[in-house]
Ligand binder design. Structure first.
Ligand code: MN
Length: 750
């Protein structure tokens, strides 16, 4: 029997050459490895259940293959393996991971799963099925899907943990996908899944997801940093050893049971630093962090960490602003540690992270490890609290669309700050929160009446951005009420929802007046305020609802002068029908392009008369750049670089409007781009630069500005180039000049 295969599964490509017998052995080998790592967690009867799940999945997927040509079943096995080894999940989750794609892609139904494995497992598999296709749908559907993820997440967190394992394996095997699919999946991963992993406390998974996304979204930068990291490895190891040696001796002398080592930072985080601080690789000082892991009994954890802190800072001088104490106030994802940055040998700043074995396990395995240690702990649980907040927001009306996704990200996935009430109670808020957010976090009645706040006894406006450690006293007035512009002053979903509620309530009150007014006018004409008549008026005045109609009558944006001209039949208004609007021919060229997804669109430069497109102002692409086309509403096709700051958001949210795009060779048209040059201020330096550009390379300069101060200069130059190759040659030539330190391409026009 032929099976209909899901879109990303295809028939076997030729490169997969194992015969059936060998393939079977390979599958069994992977399955046995899974059992081996699960062994310590197996109780009586578990092994049979796992085997049953494996056999059921293997049978169901038996004629399916992944893009790489591998038998499909290797994917669920790998996902299960990640759940066990890297996330620390147990038997139930392993069974769910093995079955996670069956209900979606095979003949197995949810009832089958429930019959064989019970309701608990069926529920998790159901959750995994619902959220399996977040990509390739339109935006509102995507927000809908994401809401589902969150609902199932708060139902049973294992759903999201298994989903993260699934995503991680898909990212590890993304090579076999088509380029535009890689971009979509990768951007969705950095946009939604990496922050979720972070929020679940899975640092290792989060880091790998980010690195893998970068590998596909910005391959050049990724390779460059990876290369430099491996080039500098020996030197780094030597330095780390030198740094560690005296600390090791001290710790041993005090009879600590410990581990100390240096750990490289992720490529993605190094890249972020380079971009954010506008520095070069060589100037990123924290390419690694030193980690001290203590094996301390529960009651001595905090004390021991501080003892080690004191030993470290006896040896090396700490930077006063860079002490982070997550021992006393753990992050809400459970992270606990002491971080400090000290001055190491050769005048280099080094970050030192101090934590215990238990804390380390929570840092690496997050939620799962957290539950393991929770037993018997009566503390208010941070995850439970977080889930509670999510549930509260999800239950509010009006949580649709892209706005919701964005709001959710800023209020639940951002880093957080700690602020204090006047009585010293601590509140956790997402970074960027304002005094108004804080007021709503205390109580919605306080938020609605907030007119300002005192931060450390100083008066600040309601939109004042709070910082960690602020002590905030809210000032209220009974005359205050929320207004439309408050929405732009808050970041938390709770505050946003409460403000919207109150605006709606306000509108309803005003609309009451309009309702009364309209009723009187209708009655004067012998017509009634029946639903039928009101709906006719809604259509006639082109408003969205009866509430809107009443509201606009009350605030006089509808004046009802036409009302007198309408005939009344019985008590019915007879309103002349507006002329039918002629439908515009819909499929314009851009829309057609979007529909023809797989075909590659070739753009020619500005002389092209075939396709109308614009180059995005945010990233100014030039031929040779890795680009994609985005079908915008109204402005046709817009070409962005895949490294554009807006790319992630566009690709993750509007994947269905992305068109694969490629440059055609065209040497006649030039493109404007910018360079920032930094170097030593020197007589004649401008001359040298312009000589290279317009003399040697005959490139046109469109603008040039040079700022110099204290022996340095920073030059911004705008030039016309034909393509990336030419730009690269120019950059190389400029870098080779005496006294030039950095030459960087700048994206945005200043
Ligand atoms: Mn899967």
């Amino acid at each position: 029997m032929e099976e209909t295969l899901p879109t990303d599964i295809q028939a076997t490509p030729l490169r997969y050459t194992l015969n059936a017998e060998q393939e079977k052995k390979e599958i069994i080998r992977h399955y046995r490895a899974l059992l081996r790592s699960l062994r310590p967690k197996l109780k009586k009867g578990d092994k049979e259940l796992v085997r049953h799940a494996f056999e059921m999945a293997a049978e169901a997927h038996k004629s399916m293959r992944r893009k790489s040509g591998e038998p499909y079943i290797l994917h669920p096995i790998a996902v299960a393996m990640i759940c066990v080894e890297e996330i620390g999940l147990g038997v139930r989750s392993t069974i769910c991971a093995l079955l996670h794609d069956t209900v979606e892609d095979t003949d197995i139904s949810l009832e089958d799963v429930e019959r064989e494995f019970g309701i608990e497992i069926a529920k998790i598999v159901d959750g995994l099925t619902k959220i399996s296709n977040v990509i390739d749908t339109n935006t509102s559907q995507q927000a809908e899907n994401f809401k589902k993820i969150l609902l199932t997440l708060t139902d049973d967190p294992r759903v999201i943990l298994i989903k993260l394992a699934d995503r991680l394996h898909n990212m590890r095997t993304l090579d076999h996908m088509k380029r535009e699919k890689q971009l979509k999946i990768a951007s969705e991963t950095v946009w939604v899944y990496a922050p979720l992993a972070h929020r679940m406390g899975l640092y290792t998974v989060k880091t790998e997801l980010e690195d893998l996304s970068m590998k596909y979204m910005e391959p050049d930068a990724y390779r460059e940093i990876a290369r430099k990291l491996s080039e500098t490895r020996r030197e780094r190891t030597r330095y780390i050893n030198e740094f560690i040696r005296p600390l090791k001796e001290k710790l041993q002398a005090q009879h600590f049971d410990f581990e100390i080592y240096g750990r490289p930072k992720s490529i993605h985080s190094i890249w972020n630093k380079i971009k954010k601080k506008q520095v070069s690789f060589d100037e990123v000082y924290d390419l690694f962090a030193i980690r001290v892991i203590l094996n301390s009994p529960a009651e001595k954890e905090k004390e021991d960490c501080w003892k080690v802190y004191s030993m470290v800072t006896d040896e090396y001088n700490p930077s006063p602003e860079r002490l982070r104490d997550w021992l006393s106030n753990p992050k809400s994802n459970g992270y606990e540690a002491l971080h400090t940055t000290v001055m190491g040998p050769q005048g280099r700043w080094v970050e030192v992270q101090i934590r215990t074995k238990r804390m380390n396990e929570i840092a690496e395995k997050g939620l799962a490890a957290h539950f393991k240690y929770k037993e018997g702990n009566q503390d208010e649980d941070r995850f439970d609290k977080w889930f509670g907040q999510i549930r509260e927001v999800l239950s509010a009306p009006d949580t649709d669309g892209v706005d919701f996704l964005q709001d959710f990200k800023t209020s639940f996935l951002a880093e957080e700050i700690y602020v204090y009430t006047p009585k010293g109670e601590v509140k956790m808020l997402p970074t960027g929160s304002t005094a108004l957010d804080f007021a709503f976090a205390i109580h919605s009645a306080i938020g609605s009446k907030c007119i300002g706040a005192k931060v450390h006894h100083r008066l600040v406006p309601i939109g004042h951005k709070l910082r960690s450690g602020d002590q905030v006293e809210i000032i209220t007035s009974n005359k205050q009420k929320p207004s439309e512009d408050w929405l732009s002053l808050v970041v938390t979903a709770k505050a946003k929802n409460k403000i919207k509620d109150s605006l709606r309530e306000e509108k309803r009150k005003i609309a009451e007046e309009g309702k009364y007014l309209l009723q009187r006018k209708l009655e004067a004409q012998g017509a009634s305020a029946s639903r039928e008549n009101l709906e006719e008026l809604v259509v006639f005045y082109k408003v969205n609802s009866i509430l809107d109609l009443h509201y606009k009558i009350a605030n006089k944006s509808i004046d009802l002068k036409e009302l007198k001209t309408f005939q009344v039949i019985g008590d019915r208004l007879d309103i002349p029908k507006p002329k039918p609007v002629i439908q515009e021919p819909v499929p314009d060229s851009a829309q057609r392009l979007a529909n023809k997804k797989d075909s590659e669109l070739v753009i020619f430069g500005e002389s092209s008369d075939k396709i109308m497109y614009n180059l995005a102002k945010c990233c100014n692409p030039i031929p040779g750049d890795d680009v994609f086309g985005f079908v915008s509403t109204g402005k046709g096709l817009i070409i962005h670089r895949t490294s554009c700051p807006n790319a992630t958001q566009l690709l993750a949210n509007y994947g269905h409007r992305v068109v694969k795009t490629k440059w055609a060779k065209n040497k006649e048209i030039s493109f404007l781009t910018g360079l920032r040059i930094i170097g030593l201020d020197d007589v004649g330096v401008i001359n040298k630069i312009t000589n290279v550009i317009s003399g040697d390379l005959k490139i046109n300069i469109s603008g040039l500005s040079i700022d110099s101060r204290e022996g340095f200069f920073e030059g911004n130059i705008r030039v016309f180039v034909h393509d990336k190759e030419e730009l690269e040659e120019l950059v190389d030539r400029l870098k080779a000049l005496n006294g030039i330190q950095t030459v960087d391409r700048v994206e945005e026009e200043k």
